[in-house]
Design a protein around this ligand. Structure first.
Ligand code: AMP
Length: 371
């Protein structure tokens, strides 16, 4: 099967997953339930995803031979993280279909290109300027005002590669500290809440999104997600439409997450601004494992397998709490909480800030049918 060919997997076929973290693990578990096998590629011998698959490749992403062998062993390739080097993508795409298409990564790996793309669709974002020197930072801050948020264009996550610029801050020092030549300055969004939409686009172009999720971060790391978000139906519909527009515009196949801000608008209403696109399953969609008729992981597997998507029906009011670092040691207590479903990722070392597991609690009856 060549990279460009249509994918239609059958039970017993094998999906290659790049990346061996908890997202890869939960993708592999969802695939197994549908009778599909997974082979995981990861450089880390302690990868949580290795524990749940029969076949694994433990090698560096620079190991061309290992990548080639991995590609020929599988029927379709997907990924659980977005910072895949383009050299890796080229090797894999020459041998097997990669879903979602790696061209998408060129848009989503760079915050400036991503914001230009979102803006080109007529979707609002925070005001932003490209910054490549201390002098440009000075001009951009004069333009956008303070507070503002300076971010590296590439490889930022969980607040890393980011600096808040407040009144009185020394711009030259902040620029030196960020240690990059490619950054973006964003005007600070005085958001009322942070939300995300998890949407899946099938190979046939059908898009199914979950109810909007509301997210609370602690130290820049997601702590709690709630579904549905406490927002008006009209705002939720706008958020879902934004995610669906992005999925279509990217020609996406698989599950993606769009992180957004809900903020006051000048006319006294509320606006929905896109913060970031994650071209993969996402932590804020973990609630769908226990709180919906189909999970974000299963939808992704269905999409990349060329199978029909499921309607996404939420089961009730859902709260997902991440167990971060030492918090995982509290798991015996969570095991006894009525109605709580505990997920542990099997990571040996509970380092600070490391996502070790999550707990989902679903209350209330079935929600009205969602599209
Ligand atoms: P990011 O890495 O872009 O997802 O940013 C991490 C977190 O920083 C977000 O979840 C927000 O809480 C905050 N943040 C990022 N950009 C802005 C912004 N332009 N205005 C206000 N808060 C922001």
């Amino acid at each position: 099967m060549s990279a460009a060919e249509r994918v239609m997997l059958k039970p017993g076929d094998t999906i290659g997953i790049l990346g061996g973290g908890q997202l890869g693990r939960m993708l592999a578990l969802a695939a197994a339930r549908l009778g599909l096998k997974c082979q995981v590629f990861s450089p880390d011998p302690d990868s949580p995803a290795f524990d749940v698959v029969q076949y694994a490749t433990c090698a560096e992403y620079a190991d061309v031979e290992a990548l080639e062998r991995f590609a020929t062993d599988v029927d379709v390739i997907t990924y659980e993280f977005e910072n895949i080097p383009s050299s890796v993508a080229t090797i894999l795409e020459a041998r097997r279909p990669v879903r979602p298409n790696c061209r998408i990564l060129e848009t989503t790996q760079d915050r400036l290109i991503e914001k230009d793309f979102v803006t080109s669709l007529g979707i609002p974002t925070a005001p932003y300027r490209a910054v490549s020197s201390a002098a440009e930072l000075h001009d951009a801050v004069a333009d956008l005002g303070r507070p503002a948020v300076l971010k590296t264009r590439r490889f930022g996550y969980d607040g890393k590669g980011q600096a808040m610029i407040r009144p009185g801050d020394d711009l030259a020092a902040i620029w030196d500290n960020l240690d990059t030549r490619a950054a973006i300055l964003e005007g600070f969004v005085p958001f009322e809440r942070e939300i995300s939409v998890i949407a899946t686009r099938g190979a046939d172009g059908q898009v199914v999104s979950f109810d909007v999720t509301e997210n609370d971060h602690r130290n820049h790391i997601l702590k709690v997600s709630r579904a549905p978000a406490a927002i008006a139906d009209e705002v939720a519909a706008r958020a879902r439409a934004i995610a669906e527009t992005i999925a279509n515009a990217l020609g996406y196949v698989g599950t993606l997450a769009v992180e957004m801000f809900v903020a006051p608008s000048e006319d006294g209403g509320l606006q929905v601004l896109v913060n970031e696109i994650a071209p993969r399953v996402h932590n804020s969609g973990h609630w769908t494992l226990d709180g919906a008729s189909v999970s974000q992981f299963e939808q992704h597997i269905r999409a990349i397998a060329g199978w029909p998507l499921a309607p996404a029906v939420r089961h009730g009011t859902v709260t997902m709490t991440n167990l971060i670092g030492d918090e995982v040691h509290d798991f015996p207590r969570w095991l006894t909480v009525p109605g709580a479903t505990v997920h542990l990722y099997g990571k040996r070392e509970a380092r600070p800030g490391r996502k070790m597991g999550h707990v989902t609690v679903v209350t209330g009856g079935p929600a009205p049918t969602q599209s």
